[in-house]
Ligand binder design. Structure first.
Ligand SMILES: Nc1ncnc2c1ncn2[C@@H]1O[C@H](COP(=O)(O)OP(=O)(O)OP(=O)(O)O)[C@@H](O)[C@H]1O
Length: 245
């Protein structure tokens, strides 16, 4: 499902923290939403979903609540689980209902995140990274055509980070639309089909990873210099140092 944002603007107090964002995400795209701390990534995701008051238009926020819940799944930034319930019960919260297809969707989400061994454990007794994967499984159990994820790889070990990026690329390859905020530019460069970079609430770059991650953008927006090359398995990106802005 397409996501269309048209002149989306969010104010916090007197200051706009998201300025006039217009973009269209198509089926089959895995888009990395990048930008330094405070750039507006979380604000954009939440406003697109209608979770924040915003000016302009979002095709998802405009839907009635039930249609919105079917259209879009959201992984918020907060990862702490407060409910002492078994992993399987928590994942099933993403897919309430007792039809066979609901049970199958929950089982698929548990399987996709490699959570089978943790299924009977109490969610509050898992490690931080394990809890993060449980919350992602809950979002995936919705099997919505659009997935918005706020820093989905934060707190995960390298294998699990790669697993999540591969999973998201697979969802896009199957026709889904994925928008994920990311701080790891290497993972974004390698796995995303498109990168959108925010800086102080505005889009400063949008396109294929190789075209977006220029020396000038890395220095001007992120304050870093980096190595970027084409490897046999895709782009290789390694931050090398800070630069004066
Ligand atoms: N409740 C709030 N009240 C006032 N300002 C806010 C509020 N929430 C966020 N902001 C401001 O909005 C701007 C964008 O914040 P946002 O959380 O969207 O950034 P981000 O790109 O997701 O950052 P990070 O990478 O640190 O998670 C920041 O300047 C932040 O200080």
């Amino acid at each position: 499902m397409r996501l269309v944002l048209d002149h989306l603007t969010v104010r916090r107090g007197p200051c706009p923290v998201l300025h006039d964002i217009s973009l269209t995400l198509a089926e089959g795209e895995f888009v990395g939403l990048l930008g330094p701390n405070g750039a507006g990534k979380t604000t954009l995701l939440r406003a697109a979903l209608g979770l924040l008051p915003a000016g302009g238009h979002s095709s998802i926020a405009a839907l009635p609540p039930a249609a919105r819940a079917r259209a879009a799944a959201f992984l918020p930034q907060g990862r702490e689980i407060a409910w002492p319930m078994p992993v399987e019960t928590l994942v099933a919260l993403g897919r309430p209902g007792r039809r066979p297809e609901d049970t199958a969707a929950v089982a698929r989400a548990i399987d996709r995140l490699g959570l089978a061994p943790l299924r009977p454990r109490r969610a509050t007794e898992l490690s931080g990274g394990e809890q993060a994967r449980v919350l992602l499984a809950r979002a995936l159990a919705q099997e919505a055509p659009l997935l918005l994820a706020d820093e989905p790889t934060a707190g995960l070990d390298p294998e699990q980070q790669l697993a999540v990026m591969t999973l998201f690329a697979g969802l896009a390859a199957e026709g889904g639309t994925v928008l994920a905020s990311l701080h790891d530019l290497g993972l974004a460069a390698r796995h995303c089909t498109r990168l959108i970079v925010l800086d102080t609430g505005r889009i400063v770059a949008d396109g294929a990873p190789r075209a977006v991650l220029t020396e000038a953008l890395l220095a001007g927006t992120f304050g870093i210099r980096a190595h970027l090359s084409e490897g046999p398995e895709g782009l290789i990106f390694q931050p090398l140092g800070r630069v004066a802005r």
